[in-house]
Design a protein around this ligand. Structure first.
Ligand code: SF4
Length: 63
């Protein structure tokens, strides 16, 4: 599965990197930086949790 990030939609709540710091980091303005684009089975639950908690729907998980 692949994490897809929409930089235009991200406003920097920080929920993604708070919930899954192994998958996401923050840039200087607190916006999301995707650390792991291709997510393996062991990382999928955490990736889904981050996706489901992004209020802006700025990240999604593609098959
Ligand atoms: S939770 Fe969503 S809006 Fe907030 S920093 Fe992460 S991707 Fe951006």
């Amino acid at each position: 599965m692949r994490l897809v990030f929409d930089a235009e939609a991200c406003v920097g709540h920080g929920r993604c990197y708070a919930l899954a710091p192994e998958l996401f980091d923050a840039d200087d303005q607190g916006h999301c930086v995707v650390l792991v684009e291709v997510v393996d089975a062991a990382q999928a639950d955490r990736a889904r949790q981050a996706v489901n908690n992004c209020p802006e729907e700025a990240i999604r998980l593609d098959p």
